[in-house]
Design a protein around this ligand. Sequence first.
Ligand code: ATP
Ligand code: MG
Length: 154
Amino acid sequence: RPTDMVQFLRRIVDNFEVEAVDHDIALTLGAADGIDATIELDPDRMTQVFVNLLGNALRYTPAGGTVHVEISRESQALVVALSDTGPGIEADHLPFVFDRFYRGEEDRSRDTGGTGLGLAIAKEFVVAHNGTIQVTSAKGVGTTFVVRLPLLDS
Ligand code: ATP
Ligand code: MG
């Protein structure tokens, strides 16, 4: 159904506010004034996508860091970029982060750890929406995930 992604993401980001404050992370959302961000989406699945991505950003970013979500538009796509100041991901691991059960070396042994399915599920749902998901990262600097979703035909 047609959904305004600014409102949609504001609600999801708001739900992470307590966790962000708890972890001493500055969590922010930005979008250009008056941006038309209405797209067709499955709300449950798309919520899962951004809960997984934001959950990762908040889990892996150390205290004092920042997580920023920026919404913008390209000619064919609505673009959501999630940037964090976390540990980053080694370049040679980057191609595998969307694989099922892939977990980073240090994260495999964490007792608070997950299963390594979060990004695989996120990618599956984005692709089911005819979208794309990409990641760029620099070790020691941070990570950015970019989700592109098709705009409504006008
Ligand atoms: P799950 O999501 O199933 O609870 P997980 O978080 O380990 O477990 P994914 O979300 O699929 O699994 O992420 C895979 C791996 O990619 C993580 O174990 C971690 O090493 C790395 N990773 C994911 N997001 C980030 C991030 N924002 N910063 C640094 N590393 C990340
Ligand atoms: Mg995860």
